[in-house]
Design a protein around this ligand. Structure first.
Ligand code: PEP
Ligand code: MG
Length: 425
């Protein structure tokens, strides 16, 4: 977002009513100045003098050297046309991760999404999905236009459905009234969706197994967007459709088969309109240890792998990414961890799984495309590791793209690859 941020600060006690937060002996009131150093995580009382960063001539020249040297490609994680434009300005070479759920959270459509989730029947879900389809299609067109000529990886819905249901008192009542469903029914359904450990629950590919209509609608929206742009605006787009949280090749085969079917149906319907050759790929994220350990089988059913190292770190360590902030400092202070494993890739453990997955995946699919889209894709030490283990690209948030490009060039100088990577994106 281009905003400095300190996240996971559990020492902070925030009071909405009193418009203040308290940390240790300090009380900071609404309107008081504080300064954040997003690099170090420091929060400083008062206003520190700053300068606005600028892309001056020296920076641009440095980046041209960087691009001549580096072998790793650098993509971005972006879900909106605006983020994509910013990232392109920073030199991103495509989108490595579009999290489609962010499009579902949009204020104007969240109620339709909720209607879909709260429906008890497939036909009810399909009715709501029919309303979502044109909205998603416009979203994808926006991304494809910004990334004209570059690859775009779109991930199908990942989070558990309860995340879309309002939790605060009063909100559920208001929703029941808006969508014309009884409050009791809504409450029952919300309770049914409750999970004790949603991160390991009904999310990712598991949603695609229970509710194929959700993924099919998304695939239709992606392919119709690509075909309409080819027909009307005459540029080619190769969508990469990504299936999250796969741990077993049978999941990928089951979901991949119906996604391919749906994509091919869309392509066939555009033939008569002059859209002849449409290429797309279906691949998967590697974010569970079992996926890495069985990569040779999984690669048979996916044309690319993208390492979701946020989840892969979480599941390899057995460390909740949402709760680790509470005790991580103790680990860092006592030097058990040198760095936060969610910020800098754990090369010995998580990295070993990645190396194994690449080697085994390429055994069954030698031209397997491999990238990373976890937050580590913008961290210099992790970028260096990704270069060394032979990834094709890293993908990071827009504002980290320049540092990833630089880190990729530094890695190339230090660790020249024996075999040049293919020019294919
Ligand atoms: C990941 O797990 O690394 C990832 C990119 O997915 P998300 O952060 O959305 O779970
Ligand atoms: Mg993930």
């Amino acid at each position: 977002m281009g905003k400095c941020c300190v996240a996971g600060c559990s020492a902070l006690k925030v009071s909405n009513e009193r418009r203040e937060f308290i940390v240790g002996p300090h009380t900071i009131r609404e309107g008081d100045f504080i300064t954040l150093d997003g690099g170090t995580g420091e929060v400083i009382r008062g206003e520190v003098a700053t300068i606005a960063p600028a892309m001056n001539k020296d920076f641009k020249e440095l980046m041209t050297w960087v691009d001549e040297i580096r072998e790793l490609r650098v993509r971005t994680n972006a879900d909106t046309p605006n983020d994509s434009r910013v990232a392109r300005g920073f030199g991103a070479e495509g989108i490595g991760l579009c999290r489609t759920e962010h499009m579902f959270f949009d204020a104007e459509r969240i109620d339709v999404v909720r209607e879909m989730i709260l429906s008890d029947t497939k036909s009810g879900r399909e009715r709501a999905l029919a309303k979502i389809l044109p909205m998603q299609k416009e979203d994808f067109k926006g991304l494809f236009r910004e990334m004209k000529g570059l690859p775009v990886t779109i991930r199908l819905l990942d989070p558990p459905l309860h995340e879309f249901i309002p939790q605060k008192p009063g909100e559920l009542e208001a929703l029941a009234e808006r969508i014309g469903v009884s409050f009791d029914r809504l409450k029952r359904k919300a309770e049914m969706l409750h999970e004790f450990n949603p991160m390991l629950g009904h999310r990712g590919v598991r949603l695609g197994i229970s509710y194929p209509e959700i993924f099919k609608t998304q695939v239709r929206a992606i392919m119709e967007a690509a075909c309409e742009l080819m027909r009307d605006e005459k540029f080619t787009i190769v969508p990469e459709i990504m299936i999250p949280l796969v741990g077993d090749w049978k999941e990928l085969k089951y979901v991949g088969d119906y996604c391919r079917d749906e994509a091919d149906k869309v392509i066939a319907s555009f033939k008569a309109q002059g859209v002849k050759k449409v290429v797309y790929q279906i691949g998967t994220m590697i974010e569970l240890p079992r996926a890495a350990l069985t990569a040779a089988e999984i690669a048979k059913y996916g044309e690319f792998f993208s390492f979701g190292t946020n989840d892969l770190t979480q599941t390899t360590y057995g460390l909740s990414r949402d709760d680790a902030g509470m005790f991580l400092k103790d680990y860092l202070d006592s030097k058990i961890y040198e760095r936060d494993p969610f910020a800098a890739l754990d090369q010995t453990g998580v990295g070993r799984l990645m190396e194994l997955a690449i080697a085994e995946g390429k055994l069954t699919r030698p031209d397997l495309k491999v990238g990373i889209c976890g937050e580590h894709g913008g961290d210099p030490s992790s970028v260096e590791f990704c270069h060394r283990i032979g990834l094709d690209y890293v993908s990071c948030s827009p504002f980290r793209v320049p540092i990833a490009r630089l880190a990729a060039a530094q890695a190339t100088i230090q660790w020249p690859r024996k075999a040049k990577p293919s020019k294919k994106r």
